[in-house]
Design a protein around this ligand. Structure first.
Ligand code: CMC
Length: 443
């Protein structure tokens, strides 16, 4: 079988569309090419099987665009991340999380009036149904907060029936507000439950980040005042994790949603996917790794392990499927780590020293340079979160609550696509061919 794919640029005036021509066993097939506003062209293979009777093969989706999207753009070679066109560095420095939520959801920065209305609406949805408290209490007390979150968010569809109809645009809107507003409450409750402290109700006089810190760290026995500097750092962590185009958890949400599943079920699926250490679980794994390294003199040993093909160990917080340059989120996170530790009066933090030296030594090592492995967003976030007082088990839940708006924006975008089809990948079958069943006594 001859398989040949090449680009053709049509030059006739009537039709300037680009196509690729596939030659397969002597026959040719024209495949349309779509050009994005920015980024590489995309060959449209949707009709390939119907026309040529072949599938394409791309495990891990390294070269496959699964959807159209106008939300987030990443240029991995250049280390660029744009939300609705705005660079992440500008948003992290000058905007704040709820404004970025509005931008991701609606496509434009809000006016002052729109922002106020949006913030008020989110704030008014922060409490969860009182009966859901019982649901938390059903978990073992030492449950990982991510396990609790997967269960509780999935169970929201059993509590909020009036926002599960995906064909009703108003219900979709209400579900979006509920998820963005309640996720910090759920994450904080999962944490409180895991340490045996009473749940703390949300407070509508606090901003989004301060409210989350209050729900995590205040106790009925004494006053707790949220440090505005920590609230700002928290808000920045939320902002840096808000969306990241078609990553594993977002694609999970889209795939779940493509079957018509309700929004709470879809977001629970996203949380479950995010938990893995190759994805959102990397922040917990990274801090555990830095603690295990402990002192700078042990770094060469761990770098050698990361390079050893026979050792499954990887440098957590290093490498990315898309970024083959600095993760722009890591740059902001590193600055934030320095600022937060300084403000908290934590000088010469040994783990920060290990992180900085590990980064330096890895970047100078030809192995990491050749494979284009750079620190990602999770490399420094754990240091900030630990300095704020969070245990490592809360790192990924914080990622999940931050990413909820990204999942929802992508979910809404998908549902408004008139060409929406159920996601159904094909396979390269390598199993047995048809054979006859053999009775057990004859095997
Ligand atoms: N340490 C050592 N070697 C690595 C690492 C690492 N962290 N990451 C990739 N490599 C090597 C890998 O062994 C492979 O080598 P070879 O070509 O010789 O087989 C090569 O680099 C390419 O790796 P890959 O696994 O094919 O790349 P991928 O795009 O499938 O995986 C990744 C990306 C993020 C899963 C991977 O880099 C990794 O496991 N990193 C550590 C976990 C981590 O920090 N994840 C957080 C990602 S950012 C937050 C988020 O968006 O979730």
């Amino acid at each position: 079988m001859i398989f040949m794919l090449h680009h053709l640029e049509r030059t006739d005036m009537a039709d300037t569309r680009k196509t690729a021509t596939l030659t397969l066993d002597g026959k040719t097939y024209d495949l349309p090419i779509h050009s994005p506003t920015v980024g590489p062209d995309v060959v449209d293979i949707r009709k390939l099987y119907a026309q040529a009777g072949v599938f394409t093969y791309d495990p891990g989706f390294t070269s496959t665009a699964a959807c159209d999207s106008a939300i987030t753009f990443i240029d991995g070679e250049e280390g660029v991340l744009l939300h609705r066109g705005y660079p992440i560095g500008q948003l992290a420095a000058d905007s704040h999380y709820l404004e970025v939520c509005y931008l991701l959801l609606y496509g434009e920065l809000p006016s002052a009036e729109q922002l106020e209305l949006f913030e008020t609406t989110v704030t008014k949805h922060t409490m969860i149904h009182e009966q859901m408290h019982n649901f938390f209490r059903g978990f073992r007390r030492d449950a990982h907060p991510m396990a609790t979150m997967v269960g509780v968010v999935g169970a929201m569809s059993a509590f909020y029936h009036d926002s599960t109809d995906i064909n009703d645009t108003w219900q979709r809107e209400v579900a979006s507000f509920r998820l963005i507003a309640k996720m910090p409450t759920i994450a904080a409750m999962a944490y409180k439950y895991s340490i045996g402290q009473p749940f703390v109700y949300p407070r509508n006089d606090l901003d989004y980040a301060s409210n989350f810190l209050n729900m995590c760290f205040s106790v009925p026995a004494e006053d707790y005042v949220v440090d505005p500097i920590l609230a700002r750092a928290m808000d920045r962590i939320f902002t840096l994790h808000a969306d990241h185009e078609q990553n594993a958890s977002t694609s999970t949400v889209r795939l779940a949603s493509s079957s018509g599943a309700n929004p709470f079920a879809c977001i629970a699926a996203g949380i479950a996917c995010l938990w893995g250490p190759a994805h959102g679980g990397a922040n917990q794994a990274c801090l555990e790794m830095l603690n295990e390294i402990g002192t700078v003199d042990r770094i060469p040993e761990f770098i050698a392990r990361a390079k050893d093909k026979d050792d499954p160990f990887r440098l957590m917080g290093f490498g990315h499927r898309v970024y083959k340059n600095f993760d722009p989120r890591a740059t902001v996170m590193k600055q934030s780590a320095d600022e937060v530790l300084e403000l908290l009066g934590i000088h010469n933090n040994p783990i920060l020293q290990v992180a900085k030296e590990l980064e330096r030594e890895a970047l100078e090592d030809p192995y990491f340079a050749e494979k284009k492995l750079f620190p990602n967003v999770d490399f420094y976030s754990g240091i900030i979160l630990e300095a704020m007082g969070f245990p490592t088990s809360m790192f990924t839940p914080i990622f999940a609550l931050s990413r909820t708006v990204g999942w929802i924006s992508q979910w809404k975008e998908q549902l408004s696509d008139p060409d929406l089809k159920i996601g159904r990948p094909r396979q390269l079958y390598t199993g047995a061919t048809a054979r006859d069943y053999v009775e057990v006594e004859d095997r």
